[in-house]
Design a protein around this ligand. Sequence first.
Ligand SMILES: [Zn+2]
Ligand SMILES: [Zn+2]
Length: 147
Amino acid sequence: MAATGSCLCGAITFEIKGPLRAVINCHCSQCRKWTGHYVAATAAWKRNLYIRDSADSLRWYRSSFTAQRGFCGQCGSSLFWQRDGADTTTILAGTLDGATGLNTAAQIYVSDKGDYYCLSDPQAATYARTGHSIHLTHDSGSVSEKT
Ligand SMILES: [Zn+2]
Ligand SMILES: [Zn+2]
């Protein structure tokens, strides 16, 4: 069954027809500024992600030399993280509709996390300084790092 999601105002909706990666929480300073807290995100093959944006609301902010962050220009929802040339798109888990069946597999950049909260899922593997290059296989959710 395909997963669906949307931004807060509904101008952008999307559908994912294939598997979703386990969720990774990123506590880096960019993700914290972008969302106002931290990023909890799944990912999908780019070719399986179908975005409907009838009001031309999707905006991309280039947050680094290698990646852009997609958000809704109407309501401000943080939606996607896209590494240049990657065949996967990172999708913020909170934008998905209903039950996801996903679990949280890893916490990354925890050395940058805010001091006002505790790590929410102690079962997840924790990485102090792992970057966004962390890669989880789509099927099993097992963690390996790209070099
Ligand atoms: Zn919106
Ligand atoms: Zn981050």
